[in-house]
Design a protein around this ligand. Structure first.
Ligand code: ADP
Ligand code: MG
Length: 626
């Protein structure tokens, strides 16, 4: 019988986008998973131990003969392509024939394999690339790969590894992507001999998503299914109220291969535009099925990025598919939805006209009622504000005036909120005169509070300022005993499997900040109390999810001090009044009084400005009185 594995012709080797593929434990898991999936496995078992340096992957796929197993260990040997043309009709995840050789070169590797045709299996042992042993052994059909002491012979590589926890997080995030990509395959993942997660074969995609990303998404998933031959886009998105702080919950698969793609992210985010607050990202699990001829997988060393022949067609179809899913959705907020006003206001603001005119009939009544109420409130407020002395000034706002632009706060991160001449606003300059009592003039756009201070005008970004205030207060109190408020009904929080360990680690720290939280088992955590001062306002779930996202950044806060700091920042952010939130005059007064008492600085913890001062002198200049 002919071997399935064969060496690639040298000319073809040179055309393959090669690169260092094994750089960390997660790269090993990725390559082994891909091989098992390519082999048609129905079940795959992964075991991680020894600080992520021992990795075992067992599958029940087609297996390998003794000869194939030996060949497969050599560089540039594969069963998946033979010619350059094959690259254009690729349906497998692997094709470069490098992985096993690369893993064998930097570890002690054992392969046990048996193919359907053979009665006995084969066992091979390799150390640092050298074949030590090949023998016959009884084995079930399929392949078992044992990697031990990864990087034992490359100390430099070993030194650059992150902590075992960081490496395990990488593995789990990678596992999540691959497990999402193949819900028909059953997976078992063990870490340090303990079961981490088990996913049955033939699992419906939606169940797999919920299991992997946490049941908190369960109620808000919307199906995506859109065909635009020869393309098909399907999967799930979460309703707009379920947002994330970064793109870590955007998953894309092209012909089942997990990929990252800026243009696909942009397409999805664009479709969500108007439904999401700024700086928030959707949860989306999107599969693109496309003729393999239209995709070039051979552009990136780890095949994580692909190139489409007709990029516009793919991004356009994905965009459309998500729009359709959102449109078809019953956008009535469910009871869990915490920020209806906020979202409605955002919808109104960002797609306002368009949405109101074109699809109000399609919006279920509760939502349109909310919109109507918000509109009415806004009109009333505008009517009130017309009587304020500010109105003519605000309406005039010539382009080169010193009036701050009305652009939303996020744009002021990069551009200063005001032209230079209008921006003094150090805390001293605003609050230097302690005798003066600010007079509240009202809110604009439910986002900025205007106050008169003496003869000057202060414009306060209500969210940023409140956030800053809370941040200072929490910071001052850190290390002290914090008053807590028990919850009448403990709150369950379900996190994704990639977050269980991180949150476990955070629990004692959160406890120190007045949040009694403990691991309940599996992916469930229970919150029993909140810090009394902010209990009423705190969106604890949102806060915890953001915090977990913080830990997944490229450079997560590692040491205790920066973790504590991050907790305070997130607590402040999620307890502060929101932008877009209507505040009664009395609430505005209280907030401004507190700000004055604290002689608050002019930037929020994220470094954005919190307030602007426009002096009488500047106004006079503006009107050419001086
Ligand atoms: P590639 O996947 O790019 O072909 P690898 O070095 O990962 O290269 O694997 C080399 C060959 O070994 C594969 O082409 C495949 O034929 C065989 N192989 C590797 N892992 C398995 C597995 N788990 N089951 C069956 N065959 C495998
Ligand atoms: Mg491979």
């Amino acid at each position: 019988m002919a071997n399935k594995v064969h060496p690639l012709p040298p000319a073809l080797i040179n055309k393959i986008a090669a690169g260092e593929v094994i750089v960390r434990p997660a790269s090993v898991v990725k390559e082994l998973l891909e091989n098992s999936i390519d082999a048609g496995a129905r079940r795959i078992r992964i075991e991680i131990g020894n600080h992520c340096r021992d990795i075992t992957v067992i599958d029940d796929g087609e297996g390998m003969t003794a000869e194939d197993a030996r060949l497969a260990l050599q560089r540039h040997t594969t069963s998946k392509i033979s010619s350059y043309e094959d690259l254009n009709r690729l349906t497998t995840r692997g094709f470069r024939g490098e992985a096993l050789a690369s893993i064998a070169a930097v570890s002690r590797l054992e392969i046990i394999a048996r193919s359907e045709e053979e009665m006995v299996g084969t066992r091979l042992k390799v150390e640092g690339g050298k074949l030590l042993l090949q023998e016959q052994i009884g084995a079930p059909r399929g392949v078992t790969i044992n990697v031990r002491d990864l990087f034992f012979n490359t100390p430099a590589r070993l030194k650059f590894l992150g902590t075992p926890r960081t490496e395990l997080n990488q593995i789990i995030r990678l596992f999540v992507r691959h497990a999402l990509s193949a819900p028909e395959i059953g997976f078992i993942l063990l870490t340090d001999k303990k079961l981490y997660v088990e996913l049955p074969p033939q699992q419906p995609l939606v169940e797999r998503i919920v299991k992997l990303l946490g049941t908190s998404v369960a109620d808000s998933l919307l199906p995506v299914d859109f065909a635009h031959p020869p393309l098909r886009v399907f999967g799930f998105i979460a309703r707009p109220e379920h947002t994330r702080k970064d793109r870590s919950s955007e998953f894309f698969f092209v012909n089942r291969r997990p990929i990252t793609s800026r243009s696909l992210s942009a397409a999805v985010e664009q479709a969500f535009k108007g439904y999401l607050m700024s700086q928030r990202y959707p949860l989306a699990v999107i599969f693109v099925e496309i003729d393999p001829q239209e995709v070039d997988v051979n552009v990136h060393p780890t095949k994580e990025e692909v190139r489409f022949t007709r990029e516009y067609l793919v991004t356009g179809t994905v965009h459309r598919a998500v729009i359709e899913a959102l449109r078809g959705a019953n956008l009535t907020p469910n009871l869990k939805m915490p920020e209806i006003d906020q979202i409605a206001a955002a919808v109104q603001k960002q797609v306002g006209e368009q949405l109101a005119q074109t699809s109000v009939e399609k919006i279920p009544s509760f939502f349109s009622q909310q919109l109507a109420i918000i509109k009415k409130q806004a009109e009333e407020r505008r009517a009130q504000q017309r009587t304020l002395p500010l109105t003519p000034f605000m309406e005039k706002s010539p382009s080169k005036s010193s009036v701050p632009s009305s652009s939303p706060p996020e744009t002021s991160v990069t551009t200063p909120a005001t032209p230079p001449e209008a921006l003094p606003a150090s805390p001293e300059s605003i609050w230097k005169n302690t005798e003066l009592q600010p007079v509240i003039l009202g809110q604009i756009a439910n986002t900025y509070i205007l106050a008169e201070l003496g003869e000057d005008l202060i414009i306060i970004d209500q969210h940023a300022a409140h956030e800053r205030l809370l941040y200072e207060q929490l910071k001052n109190k850190s290390g002290q005993k914090i008053a807590i408020q028990p919850l009448m009904v403990p709150l369950n929080i379900e996190v994704g499997i990639a977050d269980v360990h991180s949150l476990q680690k955070l629990c004692p720290l959160l406890q120190a900040h007045g949040i009694e939280i403990e691991h309940f088992g599996g992916q469930t955590f229970v919150v029993r109390s909140l810090p009394a001062d902010i209990a009423e306002r705190l969106d604890i779930e949102g806060m915890i999810f953001d915090l977990l996202d913080d830990l997944h950044q490229v450079k997560p806060p590692q040491d205790l001090t920066s973790l504590r700091e991050q907790i305070i920042i997130r607590l402040a952010c999620h307890s502060a009044v929101k932008s877009g939130q209507a505040l009664a005059l009395e609430e505005q007064r209280q907030l401004v009084a507190e700000i004055q008492r604290a002689r608050l600085g002019v930037t929020c913890p994220h470094g954005r400005p919190t307030m602007i001062l426009i002096t009488r002198t500047q106004l006079d200049k503006q009107f050419k009185r001086k």
